[in-house]
Design a protein around this ligand. Structure first.
Ligand code: ATP
Ligand code: MG
Length: 563
């Protein structure tokens, strides 16, 4: 069965019904319509997977259309990044790349047609006045004194707006609908405003620009979009879009609304993400803490994991908030299968093995992925001085601590059993700087021939062979589940997590890790999944921790009795 037949979400059933009834002659044309005013985030990924997915499942096409109607906030950099991100997710638009700005001429013609029909007028109220006149949900609005201008006068003024004769704010073009409509969107909305801004595609050709609401539905119509899928906040705009299409007597797409993605510990709004970037709260759009596609990519997410996540959350008509732990769980599932295991010590403590022959090095064999034996084995050099994790030693071990402590024997993964015989401290600070140990040559490979068991196993790296690296550890960008949970007068930035980035500068990794390329992914045993950052060089390797191993989602699932 194809996915279309197995999935039952309400949008897919609408499309299937339309195909059966022949409503669009069996055509399926969807579109993903970003405004190029920021980088895409994981919420957009949901919309991308839905729109491109529908087209793929029903033999249709999905357009990539830039809704570039507001030159004040839009940039070519965003156009470029959006295309890169959609491609990275694994989708393509073929020849179907469009820009709303390509329709500026046509949209202008539509506006003229509405004026000619007596359905639009030029208004001289200021934007504040327009807002005042608009009324509220409980009070009807007030008609503009300019509402009854003649068609001839309106045509003349609109033409002169287009010629650039007036200053910004002097006039707007408004639809003439109903100032008492219960739906505020129908209270004579603005269609065009004067804006003396250079557009990234049309340059200075236009001193007036259509409002998003006037451009969006008509762009869908021009492109012959069948199913215009958008988020719920546009539900109240649908009557307006329908009004335009009906008055203009042009092809009618079917708008269908679904619930946007919200994620705990995250903000998904370009306006807020711009604020974080511009305010220097993060290191750019692709900061690995950002919920942007480029941030997730740099963090080490795979496109497969993001798509799988979008599948798992599905589409519904009710708003809800998805636990970020589900995203991380989906990511681990994917990384677990594909990531070779390596040993990396993040917070190193030196261990000198006193009875190991001086100057000797031997090769230890280790499997690359116990989940996938086809990934093979590798050898790792072992010598008389190794690093282990500081946390794997306690001078006075608490109950249930099974790793190294004075007099105790543990296993060095795949290598030998070692026993701690001494502790060297910094005389001034008392800090433990080195351990003295002995090893048992009879435990080669990490198993003892006499059946003696140890409870703890530590990962390790041979000191003389270790690759020095910087490792960046990330946590949620916002400490609270709901970043909007703030004191009166505060804002979401008050909830930024001060520990969302911790940089570890003196990590020790197994040999060969200096040759890993940006984007390469690994599991550091017991520490999580990591990838090489674009800042990395062979001389100064830099790794990002994509996600820790501890899976809070599985635990929650168990608690809910689902596993
Ligand atoms: P933001 O609210 O982040 O500024 P936007 O809606 O202004 O986003 P657009 O560029 O207009 O951004 O979005 C392009 C498409 O992505 C729209 O169809 C929009 O509905 C969809 N989209 C945006 N945010 C989400 C989200 N959180 N979940 C699902 N779809 C989304
Ligand atoms: Mg929007």
């Amino acid at each position: 069965m194809t996915q279309a037949e197995t999935s039952v979400d309400f949008i897919r059933s609408i499309v299937a019904d339309d195909n059966r009834s022949g409503k669009f002659d069996g055509r399926v044309v969807t579109r993903f319509p970003p405004e190029p005013n920021g980088y895409l985030h994981i919420g957009h990924a949901k919309s991308i997977c839905l729109n491109f997915g529908l087209a793929a499942e029903y033999g249709g096409v999905c357009h990539l259309r830039f809704d570039d109607t507001n030159p004040t906030r839009e940039e070519v950099e965003y156009v470029r990044s959006i295309q890169e991100d959609v491609r990275w997710l694994g989708w393509g638009w073929g020849q179907n790349l469009f820009y709303a700005s390509d329709y500026f001429g046509q949209l202008y013609g539509y506006a003229v047609k509405l004026i000619e029909k007596g359905k639009a007028y030029v208004c001289d109220l200021t934007s504040d006045e327009i807002r005042e006149y608009r009324g509220t949900l409980t009070e009807p609005g007030k008609e503009s004194p300019y509402r009854n201008r003649s068609v001839v006068e309106n045509l003349d003024l609109f033409r002169r707006m287009r010629e650039g004769e007036f200053d910004e704010g002097a006039h707007v073009l408004r639809a003439k609908i109903d100032m008492a409509a219960p739906n505020l969107n129908l209270r004579d909305p603005v269609l065009y405003r004067i804006l003396k801004e250079t557009h990234h595609r049309t340059g200075d050709e236009w001193p007036i620009y259509p409002m998003y609401d006037f451009a969006h539905g008509q762009s869908d119509s021009i492109e012959g979009v069948t199913h215009s899928v958008c988020t719920l906040e546009f539900e109240d705009h649908r009557p307006l879009y329908d009004w335009f299409l009906d008055e203009l007597e042009i092809y009618h797409s079917q708008q269908i609304e679904f619930a946007r993605l919200n994620l705990t510990h995250t903000v998904l709004s370009k306006r807020r993400l711009v604020e974080l970037v511009d305010g220097g709260h993060v290191n750019g759009w692709d900061d690995p803490r950002m919920p942007t596609i480029s941030g997730l990519r740099r963090r080490g997410y795979t496109p497969e994991a993001v798509r799988e996540f979008c599948d798992r959350i599905g589409v519904a008509r009710r708003d809800n908030t998805v636990d970020i732990a589900l995203l991380e769980h989906t990511l681990r599932d994917d990384l677990n299968k594909r990531s070779p295991r390596v040993m990396g010590v993040l917070d190193p403590l030196k261990v000198v093995i006193e009875n190991y022959p001086e100057g000797k090095t031997e090769e230890i064999v280790s499997v690359n992925n116990p989940e996938d034996m086809s990934m093979g084995e590798r050898t790792i050099p072992f010598s008389g001085t190794v690093y282990i994790e500081k946390d794997d030693f306690r001078e006075e071990p608490p109950p249930k601590f099974y790793r190294l402590s004075p007099g105790r024997e543990i296993r060095l993964k795949d290598a030998y059993y070692i026993t701690c015989t001494g502790v060297v401290k910094d005389e001034a600070t008392g800090e433990i700087i080195e351990l003295r140990c002995t090893y048992d040559p009879e435990t080669h490979g990490g198993t003892s021939s006499d059946g003696r068991k140890v409870r703890g196993t530590s990962h390790w790296v041979s000191a003389e062979h270790a690759v020095d690296a910087e490792v960046r550890i990330y946590d949620h960008l916002f400490s609270k589940e709901d970043p909007d949970d703030v004191e009166d007068g505060g804002d979401f930035k008050d909830n930024l997590n001060p520990e969302s980035l911790v940089v570890l500068k003196s990590c020790k990794l197994e040999p060969g890790m200096d040759k890993a390329k940006p984007g390469d992914r690994f599991q550091f045993l017991r520490q999580g999944y990591f990838c090489v950052d674009p800042d990395s060089t062979p001389e100064a390797p830099v790794f990002n921790r994509t996600v820790a191993l501890r899976d809070t989602w599985s635990r929650m699932d168990k608690a809910r009795g689902r596993v």
